[in-house]
Design a binder for this molecule. Structure first.
Ligand code: MN
Ligand code: MN
Length: 309
């Protein structure tokens, strides 16, 4: 059997890295030759988790086809969030917890999708089904991924399955999830150390909504003022990138991970659609959204609906 690569989405987050490592290990137990790789460098939060659980960062690739004919996807399926040459390779496995969009294959595949808070929650179940023990460092990374994706199980994306997975993974990883989780989330929110470009790129995803190119980024912080003190510079970086990348609308979610509130910073055309989506007016390009933390569940769906209305 020839070698495969497994990777998550561009601008990798902790779940994308943890799920790639975790699925690679699980498939290796079946004798599959597969290497976990990444489509970018780990962010500060992921670095903290990798260091804490003594795991090397993944090799970064920009294209798959030069190396392999077959790949596995975790934590995404939308081609525009994936490797640049996805259409040149065969996808053999997908493990994901997002909407399925623009995804087609020529051949049958293993596709595991569940509407849970984190890919690593699905993988925890898959280890059970295969009767494979989760190594300690991988359990730690999967735990980190669930904490990251669900913001300590407080996001509305959180399900009972995520809670059950956390309960199991903490035992293997040997950490107190709340204490470790707050440390890890804080490690990912060092705003002062990040450039304007990194802030608007770090956790950004592209979406097409009724033909409009929408970019949605999320910045986690422990104090919204740390970000908005730099609003003018951040807006300049957003405008710059909209121009070079062809985005029509750029939405940045600035999320306080401690109290689970978000304020949007919005630039571009169709800002009226954003106002319609959330039933609020933008003031100084900003809109407070108390209780909103999830791009997937609380921002993309209302925005998509407003674009299609
Ligand atoms: Mn992700
Ligand atoms: Mn995820």
């Amino acid at each position: 059997m020839s070698k495969q690569l497994v990777f998550g989405h561009q601008n990798p987050d902790t779940d994308t890295i943890a799920a790639a490592i975790s699925l690679a290990y699980l498939r290796q137990q079946d004798g599959v030759d597969v290497e976990a790789v990444a489509l970018g460098e780990p962010n500060a939060e992921t670095k903290f988790a990798l260091d804490y659980f003594d795991t090397k960062p993944l090799r970064v690739i920009t294209a798959a086809k030069p190396e392999v004919d077959q790949v596995m996807l975790v934590d995404h399926n939308e081609p525009q969030q994936s490797v640049s040459d996805l259409n040149q390779v065969q996808v053999t496995n997908v493990v994901d917890h997002h909407r399925i969009h623009d995804f087609n294959t020529e051949k049958p595949l293993y596709y595991r999708a569940e509407p849970v808070g984190c890919s690593s929650t699905i993988l925890t179940k898959m280890y059970h089904e295969k009767n494979v023990a989760i190594p300690k460092n991988i359990a730690g990374l999967m735990l980190s991924a669930i904490i990251s994706d669900t913001l300590l199980l407080k996001s509305p994306t959180t399900t009972d399955d995520d809670k059950a997975a956390v309960e199991e993974l903490v035992k293997i990883a040997g950490v107190d999830y709340n204490d470790y989780g707050i440390k890890m989330l804080k490690a990912g929110t060092n705003i002062a150390a990040r450039s304007d470009k990194d802030l608007i790129d770090g956790d950004a995803k592209s979406f097409t909504m009724n033909g409009v190119n929408v970019r949605i980024d999320q910045i986690n912080t422990v104090d919204l003022d740390d970000v908005f003190a730099r609003q003018a510079d951040i807006e300049a970086a957003m405008k710059d990138e909209m121009h070079t990348e062809g985005y029509d609308l750029f939405v940045v979610m600035v999320t306080n991970v401690l109290n689970s509130d978000t304020e949007l910073l919005v630039i571009g055309s169709h800002t009226d659609v954003v106002e319609k989506a959330f039933g609020k007016k933008l003031e100084n390009n900003r809109m407070a959204l108390p209780g909103v933390v999830s791009r997937k569940k609380q921002v993309v769906p209302p925005l998509t609906d407003a674009f299609n209305a």
